[in-house]
Design a protein around this ligand. Sequence first.
Ligand code: ATP
Length: 795
Amino acid sequence: MEEALFVKGMYLQTIFFNESNSYHVGRIQILETNQPEFVDKIGTSLMVVGFFPILAEDEEYRFFGTVVTHEKYGMQYQVTSYQSELPEGRAGVISYLSSGLFRGIGEKTATAIADHLGDEAIEKIIDSAEVLYDLPIGRWNRDKAHELHDQLREHHGLEKVLAYLTSHGFTTKMAMKIYNQYHEATFDKINENPYQIASDVDGIGFAKVDAFAQTIGFDKHHPKRIEQAILYVISRHCMQNGDTCINGEQIFDLLYKQLNIDVSRSEILAQIEALVESGKVIRIADLLTLPIFFYAEVGIERQISYYQQASTLEAVSDLQFSKIRKRTEKAFGIVYADLQVEAMRMALENPVCILTGGPGTGKTTVIRGILNALFHIYHLDADEIAEAGEKAEIQLLAPTGRAAKRMSESTGFHAQTIHRFLKWDKHEDRFFHNDENPIEDVNMIIVDESSMMDVWLMNALLRSLPNLQHLILVGDADQLPSVQPGNVLYDLLQIDSIPKVSLNMVFRQAKESTIINIAHHIRTGTIDGELFEKKHDYSFIPTNTMTTSKAIAKICENALSKGYRETDIQVLAPMYKGSAGINQLNADLQEVFNPADDEKNEAVIYQVTYRERDKVLQLKNMPDVNVFNGDIGTIYRIEHTVDEFGVESATFEIHFDENVVLYSQSDMDMIQLAYCISIHKSQGSEFPIVIVPVLQSYSIMLYRKLIYTAITRAKQSLIVCGEMDAYKLAINRDSTHKRQTLLQDMFKSSEAATDEGKSLVGAPIVDEDIPFDSIGEMGMENVTPYDFLEGDISW
Ligand SMILES: Nc1ncnc2c1ncn2[C@@H]1O[C@H](COP(=O)(O)OP(=O)(O)OP(=O)(O)O)[C@@H](O)[C@H]1O
């Protein structure tokens, strides 16, 4: 057999290492190789890149992989697997053990070990910790012997696992993830049930695991294969459609496609039954779901019902309310409309309530009124609350950074994102605050843009707030639902016991806005000539797929020449790909807003050119540096550095208003040019000028909520460009898919249980029978309070 191509080298240094995914860039000195490109380069240095763990400096490793040529860094070795060359001789053993890889082992201990066990020391320790029990040095003990044994095994086990998995079709990145999940049990776990990987390891799907399972001899009819396909199909369906459950017919269709074998319905039903019994699948009538979705909705229902039942709020007398109203109206110099007054009273008298309305209907004006009224009722001093900021007992929250900022500007009080409020811990991948570590001293919250809240975020928020006396949800139910599963705001609006006010009157100043009028027409699906008439704040420009990008560039040039700043103008599109997609629009608009110039540094990352002064969008939450998904910033400086080996890298200084954040080259996967952003990402934000292309080529993305969300982002001026038919189609297509969720049923069943006298008052807010953090292990026996699972499986 031909020998695999390799490069053996002494590991010199780590240039870059990403802890979250083990992406590694390191430098070695070539000692030996059969790789033709390097045979005459023995003794020179080489960059090795790929997904592999931290290595020991000055130790020898054998890397397997391929030669790649980086446009800047030249020839590199793309590592698919590696193994350490076990050190040879006494000196080798000492230098390896004292290399810093093994906790608590310095040169003195390493020398003692080499003396005690000889040249084969490493192999002997890997075999058994006992050989080290009587190491003749002070302060040595059996625990230390075991610790070194475990570390060595782990180190060597990891290499074996990586070599095995990469030779079976997994990338090193995937192999690292699998190893990080199972550690030394990896071989046992994956051989016993490779399909488990798809459930346990994020980012590795059924198809990949299925291919692997078959190479190690799993039959296509293996029960584990069918079982995993069921779990996978439910999860994928929910993630793709925003549902929190799936019905019988849907699952059969998807399963047959996924499994691609001749299997009887009864065989599948038996598997589902087994999954239901083990708690991995939950069945409610003819719907199936997974614990991860189910218990989030259970948590929301339970917590809201608890707030309602535990509440001691009393009705405010007419006299008292009239006083509050007068004071508030005087303070703001307006007369509140009847519905607005009703909303304020609702918020004072109820532990949970919802305020909805389209643009310009006065939601913000009512929030200010509610705050004022709450201050009055609870004898709070507005200045003190403003000063207390995030320590105040009343908190203003929003799902995105820009929405929080807007809320803060419009009310004059501190507002923050929910991620910041709950303190997202990126290392633990969870919120610092939860039911075990709740936020005790906040008892009132107002959440704006709550249409964006998915079941997980809402559940996480509520379970952290045991003492809430006022939960006020504000939003526009006609906007896009959350990106992640659930239809929380819509579902809660259907619950009779939750009071709600829907503001429907557009106010005077707002009335003069064509944008707001058009928004309300689109909301109700009424298309009239107005859509294509030019107004002072609105116009429709006919273009097609080929001309759209140019037309938008021209509009932006005009706006800039009239004195608008680039931050005033925002293009919003539904899709990334295509000649009128977000990527292409960004490339074209970069030339308008920020053309190349000798004065500006540039860097190319993932084939996109970034330049100093570019407008960029943050794609992930980073609460630790106060930057959130959807935030827009400016690249202030790009600095190129060259290390001692001639390796270049770039650092980006990005300013999000006054918040300055440094991004390394690899952090830039969280950044995107922001001249054009997706409509989904624009939720919760507003811009003075909005330009929205609407084309047939976006076809599947064209529907009413999407267009409504896009155009309601415009504050002063809205330009729609594209094809009339596409625009009409989008307005006429009332949401193609109504999300299938369980939240409403949960409220109904809970109300029925309460009517039977099973009150939740006095119960712990999050009962032990809802182990949110070990959702995957839930058994059905724990679900009794929600045992509304009537009816047999009928499919
Ligand atoms: N009762 C009222 N009397 C007079 N003007 C009002 C009243 N309520 C609201 N407005 C005015 O209507 C406009 C829109 O109100 P507001 O900003 O509160 O609405 P909104 O629903 O929050 O709008 P958007 O969602 O577009 O931000 C504002 O100029 C506000 O001052």
